[in-house]
Design a protein around this ligand. Structure first.
Ligand code: RM4
Ligand code: MN
Ligand code: MN
Length: 412
Protein backbone atom coordinates (compact mmCIF):
# COMPACT_ATOMS: atom_id res chain seq x y z
CA UNK A 1 0.00 0.00 0.00
CA UNK A 2 1.33 3.46 -0.92
CA UNK A 3 2.45 5.23 2.25
CA UNK A 4 1.40 8.66 3.48
CA UNK A 5 3.97 11.47 3.14
CA UNK A 6 6.88 11.03 5.52
CA UNK A 7 5.97 7.49 6.50
CA UNK A 8 8.66 5.62 4.52
CA UNK A 9 11.44 7.77 5.92
CA UNK A 10 10.11 7.42 9.47
CA UNK A 11 9.70 3.65 9.11
CA UNK A 12 13.32 3.40 7.94
CA UNK A 13 14.61 5.47 10.86
CA UNK A 14 12.61 3.40 13.31
CA UNK A 15 13.78 0.12 11.78
CA UNK A 16 17.37 1.33 12.13
CA UNK A 17 16.64 1.99 15.81
CA UNK A 18 15.52 -1.62 16.11
CA UNK A 19 11.77 -0.87 16.30
CA UNK A 20 9.44 -3.55 14.91
CA UNK A 21 7.29 -1.10 12.95
CA UNK A 22 4.68 -3.67 11.96
CA UNK A 23 4.19 -4.67 15.62
CA UNK A 24 3.81 -1.01 16.60
CA UNK A 25 1.20 -0.47 13.90
CA UNK A 26 -0.66 -3.60 14.99
CA UNK A 27 -0.75 -2.34 18.58
CA UNK A 28 -2.06 1.04 17.45
CA UNK A 29 -4.80 -0.66 15.45
CA UNK A 30 -5.84 -2.66 18.52
CA UNK A 31 -6.00 0.34 20.84
CA UNK A 32 -9.50 1.21 22.10
CA UNK A 33 -10.65 4.43 23.76
CA UNK A 34 -14.08 4.93 25.33
CA UNK A 35 -15.78 8.30 25.00
CA UNK A 36 -18.26 9.63 27.58
CA UNK A 37 -21.86 10.46 26.70
CA UNK A 38 -21.59 13.61 28.84
CA UNK A 39 -18.76 14.96 26.67
CA UNK A 40 -21.18 15.45 23.76
CA UNK A 41 -23.76 17.58 25.53
CA UNK A 42 -23.50 21.15 26.73
CA UNK A 43 -21.39 21.48 29.84
CA UNK A 44 -19.45 24.24 31.50
CA UNK A 45 -18.36 25.75 34.74
CA UNK A 46 -20.37 27.01 37.68
CA UNK A 47 -20.15 30.46 36.07
CA UNK A 48 -21.66 29.71 32.70
CA UNK A 49 -22.62 26.95 30.33
CA UNK A 50 -22.18 28.23 26.79
CA UNK A 51 -24.66 26.37 24.60
CA UNK A 52 -22.99 24.93 21.53
CA UNK A 53 -25.01 24.86 18.29
CA UNK A 54 -26.02 21.27 17.63
CA UNK A 55 -24.71 19.85 20.91
CA UNK A 56 -26.41 16.55 21.69
CA UNK A 57 -29.53 16.87 23.85
CA UNK A 58 -30.22 13.26 24.77
CA UNK A 59 -28.55 9.87 24.81
CA UNK A 60 -29.64 9.07 21.25
CA UNK A 61 -27.97 12.20 19.90
CA UNK A 62 -24.93 11.58 22.11
CA UNK A 63 -24.59 8.09 20.65
CA UNK A 64 -24.98 9.46 17.12
CA UNK A 65 -22.13 11.91 17.79
CA UNK A 66 -19.99 9.20 19.39
CA UNK A 67 -20.54 7.10 16.27
CA UNK A 68 -19.09 9.96 14.22
CA UNK A 69 -16.01 10.01 16.46
CA UNK A 70 -15.69 6.25 15.93
CA UNK A 71 -16.19 6.63 12.17
CA UNK A 72 -13.27 9.05 11.85
CA UNK A 73 -10.91 7.49 14.42
CA UNK A 74 -11.77 3.78 14.15
CA UNK A 75 -10.84 3.18 17.80
CA UNK A 76 -13.83 4.39 19.84
CA UNK A 77 -16.54 1.71 19.65
CA UNK A 78 -17.83 2.12 23.23
CA UNK A 79 -19.57 4.95 25.06
CA UNK A 80 -19.78 5.44 28.84
CA UNK A 81 -23.19 6.47 30.20
CA UNK A 82 -24.21 8.40 33.31
CA UNK A 83 -27.44 7.50 35.13
CA UNK A 84 -29.93 9.21 35.38
CA UNK A 85 -28.59 11.70 32.79
CA UNK A 86 -28.89 9.01 30.11
CA UNK A 87 -31.83 7.11 31.53
CA UNK A 88 -34.31 5.60 29.04
CA UNK A 89 -37.35 3.36 29.35
CA UNK A 90 -36.17 0.76 26.89
CA UNK A 91 -32.59 -0.36 27.57
CA UNK A 92 -32.73 -3.17 25.04
CA UNK A 93 -33.82 -0.59 22.47
CA UNK A 94 -30.88 1.61 23.42
CA UNK A 95 -28.49 -1.30 23.09
CA UNK A 96 -29.88 -2.04 19.63
CA UNK A 97 -29.72 1.60 18.60
CA UNK A 98 -26.06 1.71 19.68
CA UNK A 99 -25.38 -1.49 17.74
CA UNK A 100 -27.02 -0.01 14.64
CA UNK A 101 -24.42 2.76 14.86
CA UNK A 102 -21.57 0.28 15.30
CA UNK A 103 -21.31 1.07 19.02
CA UNK A 104 -21.66 -0.65 22.37
CA UNK A 105 -22.49 0.86 25.74
CA UNK A 106 -19.41 0.96 27.97
CA UNK A 107 -19.03 1.86 31.63
CA UNK A 108 -22.20 2.64 33.57
CA UNK A 109 -21.70 5.62 35.95
CA UNK A 110 -24.23 6.08 38.75
CA UNK A 111 -24.92 9.65 39.77
CA UNK A 112 -24.51 9.91 43.55
CA UNK A 113 -24.18 13.65 43.86
CA UNK A 114 -27.13 15.49 42.34
CA UNK A 115 -30.05 14.63 44.59
CA UNK A 116 -31.10 16.92 47.43
CA UNK A 117 -30.67 13.89 49.69
CA UNK A 118 -26.92 13.86 49.07
CA UNK A 119 -26.09 17.13 50.82
CA UNK A 120 -24.00 15.27 53.43
CA UNK A 121 -22.87 12.50 51.12
CA UNK A 122 -24.23 9.30 49.59
CA UNK A 123 -22.72 6.02 50.84
CA UNK A 124 -21.04 7.86 53.75
CA UNK A 125 -24.11 9.88 54.70
CA UNK A 126 -24.93 9.75 58.45
CA UNK A 127 -28.55 8.82 57.69
CA UNK A 128 -29.02 5.14 56.77
CA UNK A 129 -32.03 6.06 54.61
CA UNK A 130 -29.82 8.09 52.27
CA UNK A 131 -27.19 5.37 52.19
CA UNK A 132 -29.94 2.89 51.26
CA UNK A 133 -30.98 5.16 48.43
CA UNK A 134 -27.40 5.32 47.12
CA UNK A 135 -27.05 1.54 47.28
CA UNK A 136 -30.37 1.04 45.47
CA UNK A 137 -29.20 3.39 42.73
CA UNK A 138 -25.98 1.43 42.27
CA UNK A 139 -27.93 -1.84 42.17
CA UNK A 140 -30.15 -0.29 39.51
CA UNK A 141 -26.99 0.58 37.57
CA UNK A 142 -25.82 -3.03 37.74
CA UNK A 143 -29.14 -4.07 36.23
CA UNK A 144 -28.81 -1.45 33.53
CA UNK A 145 -25.27 -2.62 32.80
CA UNK A 146 -26.53 -6.17 32.36
CA UNK A 147 -29.31 -5.01 30.05
CA UNK A 148 -27.04 -2.95 27.82
CA UNK A 149 -24.25 -5.54 27.82
CA UNK A 150 -21.74 -3.56 29.88
CA UNK A 151 -19.23 -5.13 32.25
CA UNK A 152 -18.08 -2.00 34.09
CA UNK A 153 -19.69 -0.20 37.02
CA UNK A 154 -17.70 3.01 37.42
CA UNK A 155 -18.06 4.76 40.77
CA UNK A 156 -17.17 8.29 41.78
CA UNK A 157 -18.35 9.71 45.09
CA UNK A 158 -18.77 13.36 45.89
CA UNK A 159 -18.77 12.27 49.55
CA UNK A 160 -16.79 14.37 51.95
CA UNK A 161 -17.10 17.16 54.48
CA UNK A 162 -16.59 20.91 54.36
CA UNK A 163 -15.72 21.65 57.98
CA UNK A 164 -13.42 20.08 60.55
CA UNK A 165 -15.54 18.15 63.02
CA UNK A 166 -18.49 17.88 60.64
CA UNK A 167 -18.48 14.08 60.70
CA UNK A 168 -16.46 11.10 61.86
CA UNK A 169 -13.83 9.98 59.29
CA UNK A 170 -13.73 6.39 60.50
CA UNK A 171 -17.49 6.02 60.76
CA UNK A 172 -17.80 7.30 57.19
CA UNK A 173 -15.21 4.77 56.01
CA UNK A 174 -17.20 1.94 57.59
CA UNK A 175 -20.44 3.19 56.04
CA UNK A 176 -18.83 3.26 52.61
CA UNK A 177 -17.42 -0.21 52.98
CA UNK A 178 -20.74 -1.61 54.11
CA UNK A 179 -22.58 -0.06 51.18
CA UNK A 180 -20.02 -1.08 48.60
CA UNK A 181 -19.85 -4.64 49.95
CA UNK A 182 -23.55 -5.04 49.23
CA UNK A 183 -23.13 -3.63 45.72
CA UNK A 184 -20.05 -5.76 45.10
CA UNK A 185 -21.88 -8.95 46.10
CA UNK A 186 -24.60 -8.18 43.59
CA UNK A 187 -22.27 -7.83 40.61
CA UNK A 188 -22.44 -10.75 38.20
CA UNK A 189 -19.22 -12.64 37.45
CA UNK A 190 -17.17 -10.80 34.85
CA UNK A 191 -18.37 -7.36 35.94
CA UNK A 192 -15.79 -4.98 37.38
CA UNK A 193 -16.30 -2.19 39.87
CA UNK A 194 -13.95 0.73 39.17
CA UNK A 195 -13.42 3.06 42.13
CA UNK A 196 -12.45 6.64 41.37
CA UNK A 197 -10.81 8.96 43.88
CA UNK A 198 -10.49 12.74 44.05
CA UNK A 199 -8.89 14.84 46.75
CA UNK A 200 -11.27 17.78 46.71
CA UNK A 201 -14.48 19.14 45.23
CA UNK A 202 -17.38 19.39 45.78
CA UNK A 203 -16.32 18.78 49.38
CA UNK A 204 -13.50 21.07 50.45
CA UNK A 205 -12.27 19.88 53.84
CA UNK A 206 -11.99 16.15 53.16
CA UNK A 207 -13.24 13.69 50.60
CA UNK A 208 -13.89 10.12 51.66
CA UNK A 209 -11.76 8.66 48.85
CA UNK A 210 -9.07 11.29 48.59
CA UNK A 211 -6.38 9.35 46.79
CA UNK A 212 -5.45 6.13 44.99
CA UNK A 213 -4.33 4.49 48.23
CA UNK A 214 -7.77 4.83 49.81
CA UNK A 215 -9.46 3.56 46.65
CA UNK A 216 -6.98 0.68 46.63
CA UNK A 217 -7.73 -0.25 50.23
CA UNK A 218 -11.47 -0.28 49.56
CA UNK A 219 -10.92 -2.38 46.42
CA UNK A 220 -8.83 -4.96 48.29
CA UNK A 221 -11.47 -5.20 51.04
CA UNK A 222 -14.11 -5.90 48.40
CA UNK A 223 -12.34 -8.46 46.22
CA UNK A 224 -10.70 -9.05 42.84
CA UNK A 225 -13.56 -7.59 40.79
CA UNK A 226 -12.90 -4.16 42.35
CA UNK A 227 -10.13 -2.00 40.92
CA UNK A 228 -8.96 1.60 41.02
CA UNK A 229 -9.81 4.19 38.37
CA UNK A 230 -7.27 6.95 37.81
CA UNK A 231 -8.79 10.24 36.67
CA UNK A 232 -5.80 12.29 35.56
CA UNK A 233 -7.35 15.51 36.89
CA UNK A 234 -7.90 14.30 40.43
CA UNK A 235 -4.50 14.76 42.08
CA UNK A 236 -2.77 17.54 43.94
CA UNK A 237 -0.30 19.54 41.84
CA UNK A 238 2.98 17.78 41.27
CA UNK A 239 1.69 14.25 41.91
CA UNK A 240 3.63 11.65 39.94
CA UNK A 241 0.69 9.95 38.20
CA UNK A 242 2.82 7.54 36.16
CA UNK A 243 4.27 6.18 39.39
CA UNK A 244 0.75 5.53 40.72
CA UNK A 245 -0.09 3.82 37.43
CA UNK A 246 2.97 1.54 37.63
CA UNK A 247 2.26 0.69 41.27
CA UNK A 248 -1.39 -0.18 40.66
CA UNK A 249 -0.54 -2.21 37.55
CA UNK A 250 1.96 -4.19 39.56
CA UNK A 251 -0.70 -4.90 42.20
CA UNK A 252 -3.24 -5.96 39.56
CA UNK A 253 -5.54 -3.15 40.65
CA UNK A 254 -5.41 -0.61 37.87
CA UNK A 255 -8.86 -0.88 36.34
CA UNK A 256 -9.21 2.15 34.15
CA UNK A 257 -8.59 5.78 33.34
CA UNK A 258 -10.55 8.94 33.04
CA UNK A 259 -8.37 10.95 30.71
CA UNK A 260 -8.42 14.73 30.67
CA UNK A 261 -5.88 17.44 31.38
CA UNK A 262 -5.64 20.32 33.76
CA UNK A 263 -3.52 23.29 34.60
CA UNK A 264 -4.83 24.04 38.09
CA UNK A 265 -7.64 21.89 39.46
CA UNK A 266 -10.07 19.37 37.94
CA UNK A 267 -10.21 21.43 34.77
CA UNK A 268 -11.34 18.61 32.44
CA UNK A 269 -9.54 20.07 29.44
CA UNK A 270 -8.59 17.97 26.41
CA UNK A 271 -6.22 15.18 27.42
CA UNK A 272 -2.64 15.94 26.40
CA UNK A 273 -3.34 19.63 25.83
CA UNK A 274 -1.46 21.01 28.83
CA UNK A 275 1.07 18.31 29.65
CA UNK A 276 1.66 15.86 26.78
CA UNK A 277 4.91 14.65 28.38
CA UNK A 278 3.01 13.42 31.44
CA UNK A 279 0.57 11.55 29.20
CA UNK A 280 3.51 9.95 27.40
CA UNK A 281 5.05 8.88 30.71
CA UNK A 282 1.74 7.31 31.77
CA UNK A 283 1.60 5.35 28.52
CA UNK A 284 5.24 4.42 28.93
CA UNK A 285 4.28 2.57 32.13
CA UNK A 286 1.30 0.94 30.44
CA UNK A 287 3.35 -0.32 27.51
CA UNK A 288 6.06 -1.61 29.84
CA UNK A 289 3.39 -3.48 31.84
CA UNK A 290 1.78 -4.84 28.66
CA UNK A 291 5.12 -6.32 27.68
CA UNK A 292 5.85 -7.86 31.10
CA UNK A 293 4.19 -11.27 31.57
CA UNK A 294 3.59 -10.53 35.27
CA UNK A 295 1.43 -7.49 34.53
CA UNK A 296 0.25 -8.11 30.95
CA UNK A 297 -3.19 -9.40 31.93
CA UNK A 298 -3.99 -6.38 34.12
CA UNK A 299 -2.58 -3.96 31.55
CA UNK A 300 -4.60 -5.46 28.71
CA UNK A 301 -7.86 -5.19 30.70
CA UNK A 302 -7.40 -1.49 31.52
CA UNK A 303 -10.42 0.55 30.40
CA UNK A 304 -9.22 3.69 28.63
CA UNK A 305 -11.93 6.26 29.04
CA UNK A 306 -12.12 9.98 28.43
CA UNK A 307 -13.82 12.16 31.06
CA UNK A 308 -13.90 15.75 29.89
CA UNK A 309 -16.13 18.76 30.14
CA UNK A 310 -16.00 20.82 26.95
CA UNK A 311 -16.87 24.33 27.87
CA UNK A 312 -15.91 26.75 25.08
CA UNK A 313 -14.97 24.26 22.37
CA UNK A 314 -16.98 22.20 19.86
CA UNK A 315 -17.80 18.86 21.47
CA UNK A 316 -17.21 16.34 18.70
CA UNK A 317 -14.02 17.90 17.40
CA UNK A 318 -12.75 18.10 21.00
CA UNK A 319 -13.35 14.37 21.35
CA UNK A 320 -11.54 13.54 18.11
CA UNK A 321 -8.60 15.72 19.17
CA UNK A 322 -8.52 13.92 22.52
CA UNK A 323 -8.39 10.54 20.83
CA UNK A 324 -5.57 11.72 18.57
CA UNK A 325 -3.61 12.96 21.59
CA UNK A 326 -4.01 9.61 23.34
CA UNK A 327 -2.93 7.75 20.20
CA UNK A 328 0.10 10.03 19.95
CA UNK A 329 1.16 9.28 23.52
CA UNK A 330 0.67 5.54 23.03
CA UNK A 331 2.57 5.54 19.72
CA UNK A 332 5.53 7.31 21.33
CA UNK A 333 5.50 4.94 24.30
CA UNK A 334 5.60 1.99 21.89
CA UNK A 335 8.83 3.41 20.43
CA UNK A 336 10.76 3.32 23.72
CA UNK A 337 13.80 1.09 23.35
CA UNK A 338 13.14 -1.07 26.41
CA UNK A 339 16.34 -3.10 26.14
CA UNK A 340 18.53 0.00 26.03
CA UNK A 341 16.49 1.53 28.83
CA UNK A 342 17.02 -1.50 31.07
CA UNK A 343 20.75 -1.61 30.29
CA UNK A 344 21.13 2.05 31.15
CA UNK A 345 19.08 1.61 34.34
CA UNK A 346 21.10 -1.40 35.44
CA UNK A 347 24.37 0.39 34.70
CA UNK A 348 23.18 3.35 36.74
CA UNK A 349 23.56 5.55 33.65
CA UNK A 350 21.05 8.18 34.70
CA UNK A 351 21.16 10.42 31.67
CA UNK A 352 21.34 7.66 29.06
CA UNK A 353 18.19 6.15 30.58
CA UNK A 354 16.50 9.54 30.48
CA UNK A 355 17.62 10.06 26.87
CA UNK A 356 16.07 6.74 25.83
CA UNK A 357 12.69 8.12 26.91
CA UNK A 358 13.32 11.47 25.26
CA UNK A 359 14.29 9.81 21.99
CA UNK A 360 10.86 8.15 21.84
CA UNK A 361 9.00 11.22 23.09
CA UNK A 362 10.63 13.55 20.57
CA UNK A 363 9.85 11.31 17.59
CA UNK A 364 7.27 12.84 15.29
CA UNK A 365 4.73 10.00 15.11
CA UNK A 366 2.20 11.85 12.95
CA UNK A 367 3.18 10.01 9.73
CA UNK A 368 3.02 6.70 11.61
CA UNK A 369 -0.51 7.38 12.89
CA UNK A 370 -1.58 8.65 9.47
CA UNK A 371 -0.31 5.42 7.91
CA UNK A 372 -2.12 3.32 10.53
CA UNK A 373 -5.37 5.13 9.73
CA UNK A 374 -4.86 4.66 6.01
CA UNK A 375 -4.33 0.93 6.55
CA UNK A 376 -7.54 0.88 8.65
CA UNK A 377 -9.43 2.41 5.74
CA UNK A 378 -9.72 5.80 7.46
CA UNK A 379 -8.79 9.30 6.47
CA UNK A 380 -5.21 9.97 7.66
CA UNK A 381 -6.34 13.21 9.33
CA UNK A 382 -9.52 12.62 11.37
CA UNK A 383 -9.97 16.25 12.45
CA UNK A 384 -9.76 17.56 8.89
CA UNK A 385 -12.00 14.76 7.64
CA UNK A 386 -14.60 15.55 10.29
CA UNK A 387 -14.49 19.26 9.45
CA UNK A 388 -14.97 18.47 5.76
CA UNK A 389 -17.86 16.08 6.47
CA UNK A 390 -20.31 18.86 7.25
CA UNK A 391 -21.69 16.87 10.22
CA UNK A 392 -21.25 19.75 12.69
CA UNK A 393 -23.19 22.12 10.44
CA UNK A 394 -25.86 19.51 9.80
CA UNK A 395 -26.59 18.87 13.49
CA UNK A 396 -26.43 22.60 14.23
CA UNK A 397 -29.21 23.09 11.67
CA UNK A 398 -31.26 20.12 12.80
CA UNK A 399 -30.88 20.42 16.56
CA UNK A 400 -30.45 24.15 17.01
CA UNK A 401 -29.14 25.66 20.22
CA UNK A 402 -30.34 24.03 23.42
CA UNK A 403 -31.00 26.17 26.46
CA UNK A 404 -28.13 25.72 28.88
CA UNK A 405 -28.03 27.07 32.41
CA UNK A 406 -25.30 28.08 34.80
CA UNK A 407 -24.84 26.35 38.13
CA UNK A 408 -25.37 29.63 39.97
CA UNK A 409 -28.90 30.47 41.10
CA UNK A 410 -30.73 33.12 39.16
CA UNK A 411 -28.49 32.81 36.13
CA UNK A 412 -30.35 30.38 33.94
C1 RM4 B 1 -16.17 14.07 38.73
C2 RM4 B 1 -15.52 12.79 38.29
C3 RM4 B 1 -16.49 11.79 37.73
C4 RM4 B 1 -17.52 12.40 36.84
C5 RM4 B 1 -18.12 13.62 37.51
C6 RM4 B 1 -19.17 14.28 36.65
O1 RM4 B 1 -15.23 15.06 38.95
O2 RM4 B 1 -14.50 13.02 37.36
O3 RM4 B 1 -15.83 10.79 37.02
O4 RM4 B 1 -18.49 11.44 36.64
O5 RM4 B 1 -17.10 14.52 37.80
MN1 MN C 1 -13.73 11.23 36.29
MN1 MN D 1 -13.37 14.97 37.57
Amino acid sequence: MAGVPGYEALAETLARRGVDVEAVKAALKRQRIETPSWGYGNSGTRFKVFPWPGAARNIYEKLADAAVVHRFTGVCPTVAIHIPWDKVEDWEGLRQYAASLGLQIGAVNPNLFQDDDYRLGSVCHPDPRVRRRAVEHMLECIEIAEKVGSSILSLWFADGTNYPGQDDFRARKHRMLEALSEVYRRMPPGMRMLIEYKFFEPAFYHTDLADWGMAYVIATHLGPQAQVLVDTGHHPQGTNIEHIVAFLLDEGRLGGFHFNNRKYADDDLIVGSINPFELFLIFNELVAAEQDPRTAETARAVAYMIDQSHNIEPKIEAMIQSVVNIQTAYAKALLVDRRRLREAQEAGDVLEAHRVLLEAYETDVRPLLAQVRLEMGLDPDPVAAFRRSGYAEKVARERGIAVAASGYPGAS
